[in-house]
Design a protein. Structure first.
Length: 334
């Protein structure tokens, strides 16, 4: 088997056969183990999957699992968006169309999702920037500093725009998110983080608001991101902002510790979402402590900004990406 054969291996066919042998949906872990025990999968993948250590990080098993999950994306029904797909995604695992209608509990989940989307469509759209501008119209910063902030908003547009939180959104979506956070015991912390971010954004707009207004496609949230990575100063502190020559590149480990996870932020819609915080912690505590991990992070930060900018808003990208990230976060959080 050549390298080309391995790269182009059709895992969907093997997964379908494995599910037929199981006779029903099985957990992801059991599915992967059954698939990687077969003799007809690429030997390099099979060897990597069974190579210790089995823990979070860029280790062979996790890389193979990510490759397998990504290879199945084009073969799933995307939550009902592609009804002719050979694999149906459910909370309990993959479901084959030949088994008949999906389980009742999954039908209820999809009905609730459709109902939520219908309610969102009927709600009035919230006022968002720049139509909604509640901040002071004069800025405390001097003209030179405003010009410098405006230049940085332009220079780092890709980075800051990918880490914006989703706008006010619908009350339905807000209730769903709060219910999920409450079930995880993280609602109070999420509210505290969100309130502090909004407060700090207001402070930054008092100082640099006119820089945002002068810059095309800029948003008040961009100031918060620039402050977090040290490109502009925190007006509540006396430390001056770092210059461009003092700030390490976005692929250096120090900046990566401050910067967010582009794809995760795009998928979850919030730089401070609990899932994004888990992934940042994984990056800082695990990935950045190994040579292979740091290499993975450098590649990620080199590729992900343009990837998010190009296809981050497409459902066929965001939905499977969220599914993969949910699996990873669940493992890391456990």
């Amino acid at each position: 088997m050549t390298a080309e054969d391995v790269d182009g291996f059709d895992y969907a066919a093997v997964v379908v056969v494995t599910l037929r042998e199981a006779g029903g949906p099985i957990s992801d872990e059991e599915l992967w183990e059954r698939v990687m025990s077969r003799s007809d999968v690429p030997p390099e993948d099979r060897e990597g999957y069974w190579t210790p250590p089995f823990k979070p990080g860029p280790y062979p098993r996790n890389i193979v699992k990510l490759k397998l999950s990504m290879s199945l994306m084009s073969h799933t029904d995307m939550g009902g968006l592609r009804p002719d797909a050979p694999l149906i995604t459910t909370e309990e695992g993959y479901w084959l169309p030949e088994w008949g209608p999906i389980p009742l509990i999954e039908q209820q989940r999809r009905a609730e999702l459709a109902e939520m989307r219908a309610r969102e469509a009927s709600e009035p759209k919230p006022k968002v920037w720049p139509e909604f501008d509640p901040y002071p119209k004069s800025s405390k910063a001097g003209e030179n500093e405003l010009r410098d902030v405006a230049e940085k908003l332009v220079a780092h547009r890709t980075m800051v725009s990918s880490q914006r939180r989703v706008g006010p959104g619908s009350s339905t979506l807000k209730r769903v998110m709060e219910k999920r956070l409450e079930a995880e015991g993280k609602l109070d912390e999420a509210r505290r983080v969100s309130a502090e971010r909004e407060r700090m954004t207001g402070v930054l707009m008092e100082w640099y608001g006119n820089a945002v207004r002068r810059t095309d496609d800029a948003d008040p949230q961009d100031l918060f991101v620039l402050m977090r990575v040290g490109f502009i100063r925190n007006p509540e502190e006396t430390t001056p902002p770092r210059t461009e020559t003092q700030v390490p590149s976005l692929t250096s480990s120090s900046t990566q510790s401050s910067a967010g996870c582009y794809i995760a932020t795009s998928v979850y819609g919030d730089y401070d979402a609990p899932q994004v915080r888990v992934l940042r912690l994984w990056r800082d505590r695990d990935l950045n402590r190994s040579l292979l991990g740091r290499g993975f992070v450098r590649v990620y930060y080199a590729v992900s900004p343009s990837l998010v900018r190009t296809i981050g808003g497409r459902r066929w990208f965001s939905m499977p990406s969220r599914w993969v990230l949910d699996q990873l976060v669940r493992k890391l959080d456990s």
